[in-house]
Ligand binder design. Structure first.
Ligand code: PHE
Length: 493
């Protein structure tokens, strides 16, 4: 049923709109609604947000366009595309790193995605309504804890989510994605707007908003900058070749710069929105529910799974509203995660289909099964199995180990490789020509060239180098992920 095919017989998007939807579907996901607020809370609030925005504009946007043009000109997955553009050179290794990164990210991503499925079921069953007389902070922490401590649940929901992801990739990416993103994104925007309207009118909201939006320059340090850059790549799906792979299914006459602009805008807005909900609620819970903000933040990956149920249970309309909006919210979140997970599995699958000539169905199911196996230790590292959890693996949990590895190493390294590839190896002239087939007067050409050749690679390299010096230079102040951030609102209760 491939209505369109390019000269290699690979599928093509039905329209540019379909491509933008798929790319935005990849970008918008758990990284925005779960990852961004958590990282901001753990890294000092407003200062992190400021650095994050700078990373998006100075590095994210130029690299997004670079990946798209590599894909469209290279007409393949990241390995094949780089081989095609620079045959006989080792550049394809940057693509190979991307394929490996896809494996790793998807393995821990499905764990969080599995939680959204669990919460959808809880919400639909009315469990988000706090029983009369119970303390909501304790109630929601307990709900989260009982899920993560249960090995059966953890693995079951990962399996459910993986099977959904694999089925769509096995059928070919186009069919599933377009429709789900077209409906999901506007609904997600609406629902978030509604939750923002509620969150900013809660007691304590003002303090939450200023913690989130007013940068505290004193709190910006190397670690904050590293996390902001990693978060920017993760949230935009950059540094591992998703946009290369998706770009490879795009026609030459479509406009890339505006596509990149739309995707980055949608992604950033949704992340910023999520923060506008999460921070007021943290401070509200501290002020009224007997919660301790530092303890909430120290929940790490669990933070937003306590915060969102809380705001959902504060909606006017009581239990009915909580059930309806709660189920809708977690369903949308699960779909957003699905469209991102699809893109991760697609990169890996496309490589084996293009370069190893393995049939798509076989590749998707086989690779998906391997990723599922790798997901199991991550799933069990949230408390279900002690030696995988907390500080059991090199001082962190197994999940945190993979998460840190991708954020602090794989994604920045991949993005650096791609920026240098476009800026120096393949060359700005060829890259610009490839953009111009769809954008005859690319007005920001000179600016983009400057950014991709100098600004982006230098910024990434400096940040990576600072990390290496820290880790291998024997500096004693290096510390593991979890450091309760300093959120200290009202005395609590
Ligand atoms: N961007 C996705 C999100 O924000 C995650 C992702 C990262 C997807 C890297 C693909 C590649 O949830």
């Amino acid at each position: 049923m491939q209505a369109n095919a390019n000269q290699n017989g690979r599928g093509l998007w039905g329209s540019r709109f379909a491509f933008v939807l798929a790319a935005a579907g990849s970008a918008v996901g758990l990284g925005n609604i779960w990852g961004f607020p958590t990282a901001a809370a753990q890294n000092g609030g407003g200062g992190f947000v400021l650095i994050y925005i700078l990373c998006i504009l100075l590095v994210g946007l130029p690299v997004m366009l670079a990946e798209m043009v590599i894909g469209r000109a290279g007409e393949k997955n990241p390995v094949g595309a780089l081989q095609h553009l620079k045959p006989g050179t080792p550049w394809y290794l940057v693509g190979a790193l991307g394929v490996v990164t896809g494996f790793v990210i998807l393995s821990f991503y499905t764990v969080i995605a599995g939680w959204t499925v669990f919460y959808f079921i809880q919400a639909a069953g009315g469990a988000l309504t706090v029983p009369e007389g119970e303390d909501s902070a304790a109630y929601f922490s307990e709900m989260f804890g009982s899920m993560t401590a249960n090995p059966g649940y953890e693995i079951l929901f990962v399996a459910v989510f993986m099977i959904a992801t694999i089925s769509i990739v096995a059928a070919g990416v186009r069919k599933g994605i377009e429709r789900s993103v077209k409906i999901m994104m506007p609904l997600l925007f609406l629902l978030l707007a509604l939750l923002i309207a509620r969150s900013v009118t809660l007691e304590g909201a003002g303090a939450g908003l200023s913690y989130y939006l007013v940068p505290d320059f004193g709190a910006i340090n190397r670690e904050v900058i590293v996390m902001a850059l990693g978060q920017a790549f993760f949230s935009l799906s950059l540094g591992m070749g998703v946009m290369i792979t998706y770009g490879s299914y795009l026609r030459k006459e479509e406009c890339l710069p505006s596509s990149a602009g739309y995707v980055v805008t949608a992604d950033s807005l949704i992340a910023i929105f999520a923060g506008l909900i999460v921070f007021p609620v943290i401070f509200f819970m501290a002020a009224t529910q007997g919660a301790n903000a530092d303890e909430l933040v120290a929940e790490g990956p669990g933070l937003v799974f306590v915060i969102f149920p809380q705001i959902l249970s504060e909606l006017p309309g009581g239990a009915a509203a909580t059930t309806i909006f709660g189920a809708a919210f977690f369903l949308l979140l699960a779909i957003a995660a699905l469209t991102s997970a699809i893109s991760l599995l697609e990169v890996v699958t496309a490589h084996f289909v293009d370069d190893w000539k393995i049939p798509r169905k076989k590749a998707a199911w086989g690779l998906g099964a391997i990723i599922f196996l790798l997901a199991i230790p991550s799933a069990l590292s949230m408390g279900a199995v002690d030696w995988l959890s907390a500080d059991g693996v090199f001082g962190v949990s197994f999940f945190d180990l993979l998460y840190m590895l991708t954020f602090q190493l794989f994604l920045p390294l991949g993005a650096l490789g791609l920026a240098v590839f476009v800026g120096w190896a393949w060359g700005l002239k060829k890259a610009s020509e490839a953009i111009q087939t769809g954008t005859p007067n690319f007005r920001l050409e000179k600016l983009w060239q400057f950014m991709i050749r100098y600004v982006a690679p230098i910024a990434i390299a400096v940040i990576l180098a600072a990390q290496f010096i820290d880790i291998f230079g024997g500096d004693a102040d290096e510390k593991p992920a979890e450091e309760p951030a300093r959120t200290e609102p009202a005395e609590g209760a």
